[in-house]
Design a binder for this molecule. Structure first.
Ligand SMILES: [Fe+2]
Ligand SMILES: [Zn+2]
Length: 445
C-alpha cells in the first residue's frame, strides 16, 4: 500500500537536503501548497517555495517528490512537463475502455508548466497552465520517472542458469494437467518460462493431438503459422530443406532468425525414438542470457560489436519459400533502458554480408569466437534426453537449443507461439491476478 508521509524524521531517514528557510515542513500528509479543493476555473500560481514529499512507493521503493519554481522533481531529477502532460490518464485524455490516447500531443503548448500541485490519495494532482487537471498515481509516476539506479543488463526477474543448474531431472517441470486446473497454475507455467527460459510439461500422451492441445493452451489458441505449418510432426527425412530435418548434430541456436520477428516459444515433444536401435539425439539447451552476461563481463567490446553489428539471415532450402530479413539484426537486442531483451543467433542461417575494412571484419569474427567460446563451455551446456510424455517449452529469444547426431527413426512434433502472443497471455493473467489482489488495474501502458 502506498503511503504519503511528511515529517522531519522521514526527511532525515531519506537523507533529503537539510531544511532551509525556503523549505516548508508539515507534520501531516496534506496537499500543499494547493488548497485541498482545487478550483479548476481559477488556477492560482503556487509560491516559489520548495515543497518536498516522500513517496513510499509500492515494493518499498522510497522516492522524494518535490515542487519548486514550477518544476516537478523526483529524487532531485526534473520531470518533463510535456512528458507528464502527455501521460494524463483522465477520461478526457485517455480512453478508459480502449486504453488509447485521446489527447492530441501536438496541441500541448511548448511552455506548459504546472501552476499548482497537491498530493491526493495514492498519487499527485497537477493543475496545468492550460487549466487542465491531471492525476498521476504513484505507480504511474514511477513508470514515468528516470531510473534511480543503473539498470542491470539482465532483469532481476530472470533466473540465470549456473554451472550447477541441472535440467536433466526436469526441475522446471509441471504436470500438463495443471494448465487447465486454474488461471493461477497457467500463470505459474508462463512465469516459469519467463524467469527460467525453459519449462517441461509432464504427463502428456505421446501423440500429436495431445501435444497440440498443450501448445494451444499456452498460446491461447493461437500457434504461429510458418512454412512448417502451424503444427509440425517430423522425422529426419529432409521433407523440409532445413538441417532440423536431418540427423546431423546441431550447434546451439535460436530458431527462425530469418524472420523479422523470430518465433517466441518453441515447443517440442519427442514422440518416438526406439533405442536400440536408435542412438544419440540428446537435446542441448544453453541459456543465452547467462552467456551474454558472461560475454559482456569477459569481453565487453565483443559484446558491443555483436549487439551493434547487423547481419541478415535466410531460409532458402524449401521449395516455394525464400525468407530473408529485410534488415540485419544484432545478436543481442536491448530495450530502451539497456536491458537485454533478446538473443538471436544461428550461424547456419546467417547470410552473405558485405565486408568493411579488414580490421572491422576480423574484429567481428573475433567477437564470434569469444561468443561461441562461451556457448561451448561445458558448464553452459545442459544436455537433456527427452522422452515421450514430456513436452519441452523454451523461450526462443533467450534459450538456445541444439542436439547431438542420432541414428534410427526419431519422430518429433511441436509448434511455435508468437512472442507477442505469449507475452500478452502472461500480461493478461498477471493483470487479472493484480486485480484480484488489489482490486485495481494499474494503467501503466
Ligand atoms: Fe532449431
Ligand atoms: Zn487529462
Amino acid at each position: 500500500m502506498s503511503t504519503l508521509t511528511l515529517s522531519r524524521s522521514t526527511f532525515r531517514s531519506l537523507r533529503v537536503q537539510p531544511p532551509s528557510s525556503s523549505v516548508r515542513f508539515y507534520s501531516q500528509p496534506v496537499p500543499l501548497p494547493l488548497p485541498r479543493s482545487v478550483d479548476h476555473s481559477r488556477p492560482r500560481e503556487s509560491s516559489a517555495a520548495e515543497v518536498v514529499w516522500s513517496l513510499e512507493q509500492e515494493g518499498g521503493d522510497d522516492r522524494v517528490l518535490s515542487f519548486k519554481d514550477r518544476k516537478i522533481l523526483l529524487n532531485g531529477v526534473e520531470l518533463s512537463p510535456t512528458h507528464l502532460r502527455d501521460h494524463c490518464r483522465c477520461s478526457e485524455c485517455f480512453h478508459p475502455v480502449t486504453h488509447q490516447r485521446l489527447l492530441d500531443t501536438y496541441a500541448i503548448p511548448k511552455d506548459i508548466h504546472p501552476t499548482r500541485m497537491g498530493l491526493k490519495e495514492g498519487g499527485l494532482e497537477v493543475v496545468w497552465s492550460t487549466s487542465h487537471t491531471s492525476f498521476y498515481s504513484n505507480h504511474l509516476l514511477k513508470k514515468l520517472s528516470p531510473p534511480t539506479q543503473p539498470i542491470p543488463l539482465i532483469s532481476p526477474t530472470k533466473i540465470l542458469w549456473t554451472p550447477s543448474t541441472s535440467l536433466t531431472t526436469f526441475p522446471n517441470s509441471l504436470p500438463a494437467s495443471s494448465l487447465t486446473s486454474s488461471p493461477s497454475a497457467l500463470l505459474q507455467a508462463l512465469r516459469t518460462i519467463d524467469s527460467q527460459g525453459v519449462l517441461f510439461l509432464t504427463g502428456v500422451d505421446a501423440t500429436t493431438e495431445a501435444t497440440e492441445a498443450v501448445c494451444r493452451i499456452l498460446g491461447r489458441g493461437k500457434l504461429r503459422n510458418t512454412h512448417y505449418d502451424e503444427f509440425w510432426d517430423f522425422t529426419a527425412d529432409m521433407k523440409m530443406g532445413d538441417l532440423a530435418y536431418s540427423n546431423e548434430p546441431l550447434r546451439p541456436h535460436t530458431d527462425t532468425t530469418y524472420f523479422s520477428s523470430p518465433c517466441g516459444l518453441q515447443i517440442f515433444h519427442l514422440l518416438s525414438h526406439p533405442s536400440p536401435p536408435g542412438t544419440g539425439g540428446h537435446t542441448l539447451l544453453v541459456d543465452g542470457f547467462s552467456c551474454a552476461s558472461q560475454l559482456r563481463s569477459a569481453h565487453p567490446v565483443s559484446y558491443q560489436i555483436l549487439r551493434d553489428t547487423k547481419r541478415q539471415a535466410h531460409a532458402a532450402g524449401s521449395e516455394g519459400f525464400l525468407y530473408r530479413t529485410e534488415k540485419g539484426w544484432g545478436v543481442f537486442e536491448e530495450g530502451e533502458e539497456g536491458r537485454l531483451e533478446s538473443v538471436r543467433w544461428n550461424g547456419e542461417d546467417r547470410s552473405v554480408f558485405s565486408g568493411g575494412s579488414v580490421e572491422e571484419v576480423e574484429r567481428w569474427y573475433e567477437a564470434v569466437r569469444d561468443w561461441e567460446g562461451i556457448l561451448r563451455k561445458k558448464e553452459n551446456e545442459k544436455w537433456v534426453k527427452l522422452t515421450g510424455g514430456v513436452v519441452c517449452v523454451i523461450d526462443n529469444h533467450r534459450v538456445m537449443h541444439g542436439r547431438s547426431a542420432f541414428t534410427g527413426e526419431r519422430r518429433m512434433c511441436g509448434a511455435y507461439i508468437d512472442r507477442d502472443e505469449w507475452r500478452s497471455h502472461l500480461a493478461v493473467l498477471e493483470k487479472e491476478e493484480r486485480r484480484g489482489l488489489k482490486g485495481v488495474d494499474e494503467l501503466d501502458y
